[in-house]
Design a protein around this ligand. Structure first.
Ligand code: DMJ
Length: 436
């Protein structure tokens, strides 16, 4: 049963990749309905082949991996006059290059990673140390003064891995300074962070607090930087953050656990909204050792998924009314299923994952590849297959069912785009601070 499921996930990955090869080769993402492609910027950055490469290696798809590798090494160049999102390019591309290097061993991946990071790091040159949102890869001109905790604080794992691989501590120190700058501006009353901040002044511009998109991976990386590097400072920041989150954002409705959106200084939940992005948090609770809340939240995740047979972007968890019915092929619910299974070994998570995978195939598979859904209330497909569908959604589904030896869970930490980074044994974390 597990073996068959793993095989089906692999077949669906192969199918989605074939459609990319046919209609979007050399571009960032596949448009499955119009059988064409989408590029984020005026010059393609090969997001889909790079994001999907380590999944191919894990699935043992050798010929697909070989052709993706050739394309990447022949064509990927960063000296381009394009202003890119530091966050997206870090998690998808820098993360993809680093895991490609760690898994495949070809030094050209590391060389590309060093080149890319040398361009991205210029965004951190602000009075607060919190990076601008956008950076021109050629000119180094940074723009976008207003950012959020996730976009500013999700570089620790990539920059720290680069520090471990190159010995240059500047990467990790720079990323960590940004995280500490956000953390130090948390509310003195609640310990929560807001959702939008000015990189020049360090003043919060939007004071709503949540674990959702825009903040999610800031918290994720505090915990994971401790897991990956043993960084005790990050553990301290995670410990105090999770207390504040559970005190103010955790909410129950009809006996189920959810996390809502509150004003950062009062901790009062004004918007009882939860959605596809928030679903990652069950996995983080499990990783942080809070199995009881993790199990409860994954139950809510599953309810969210099954209430319309596919999860919505957001719902009001008090009324259970969908407030945004879009489904962007997101991975977080399957991701948490995978973590819960790793930490509990409860076969219920295999069944949950199997049901989620089946509804993905049922509603999102089209003759041009996998498509997002405009509204889970009518299942009309939308013309986009995001690169994270191959990097994350199908990877977590596959790893949930695949034999244990496919990837030793205890030896890696996944970045927020599901690129696995190997734990690097050393007595200090990448910035020289003590570790456990
Ligand atoms: C991915 O790019 C990452 O998981 C990110 O942390 C959140 N958004 C998408 C997937 O939903």
């Amino acid at each position: 049963m597990r073996e068959q499921l793993a095989d089906s996930v692999k077949q669906e990955f192969t199918y989605a990749w074939e459609q990319y090869v046919r209609n979007a080769w050399g571009h960032d993402a596949l448009k499955p309905i119009s059988h064409s492609y989408y590029d984020w910027y005026s010059h393609p950055l090969l997001m889909t082949p790079l994001d999907g490469f380590d999944t191919m290696l894990l699935m043992g798809l050798k010929s697909q991996a070989d052709s993706a590798k050739t394309l990447l090494l022949d064509s990927l160049r960063f000296d381009e006059d394009i202003s890119v999102s530091g966050f997206e390019v870090t998690i998808r591309m820098l993360g993809g290059l680093l895991s490609a290097y760690e898994m495949d061993g070809d030094k050209r991946f590391l060389k590309l990673a060093v080149d890319l990071a040398g361009r991205l790091i210029k965004a951190f040159d602000t009075p607060t140390g919190i990076p601008y949102r956008f950076i021109n890869l050629k000119t180094g001109k940074a723009t976008g003064n207003l950012t959020n905790p996730a976009e500013a604080g999700t570089m620790l794992l990539e920059y720290g891995t680069l520090t471990a691989l190159t010995g240059d501590s500047l990467y990790y120190k720079t990323a960590k300074r940004a995280v500490e700058a956000i953390y130090s501006r948390r509310s003195k009353k609640t310990g929560l962070v807001g959702s939008q901040i000015d990189v020049m002044t360090g003043v919060w511009v939007d004071r709503e607090s949540s674990i959702s998109g825009g903040t999610d991976s800031y918290y994720e990386y505090l915990l994971k930087a401790w897991k990956l590097f043993g960084d005790e400072d990050c553990k301290g920041m995670w410990d105090s953050s999770i207390l504040a989150i559970n005190r103010h954002l955790a909410d129950t409705s009809k006996g189920m656990l959810w996390y809502g959106r509150a004003e950062m200084d009062t901790g009062i939940i004004n918007r009882p909204l939860y959605g596809a992005l928030d679903a990652f948090f069950a996995g983080m609770l499990a990783m942080g050792g809070d199995t009881i809340r993790a199990i409860a939240l994954q139950k809510s995740n599953y309810k969210m998924w099954t209430s319309a047979d596919l999860e919505p972007e957001t719902l009001n968890y008090r009324t259970m009314r969908i407030t945004d019915g879009y489904y962007a092929l997101r991975p977080e619910n399957l991701e948490s299923c995978y973590y819960l299974y790793q930490y509990t070994r409860d076969p219920a998570y295999l069944s949950m994952g199997a049901e989620m995978f089946r509804s993905l195939v049922r509603y999102c598979r089209t003759e041009g590849g996998y498509a997002a859904i405009k509204d889970v209330r009518n299942m009309v497909p939308d013309d986009l297959m995001e690169s994270y569908f191959l990097a994350e959604t199908l990877k977590y589904a596959y790893l949930l069912f695949a034999p244990e030896h496919t990837l030793d869970f205890s030896e890696v930490v996944f970045n927020t785009e599901a690129h696995p980074f190997r734990r690097h044994p050393s007595s200090t974390s990448p910035d020289g601070s003590p570790k456990t």
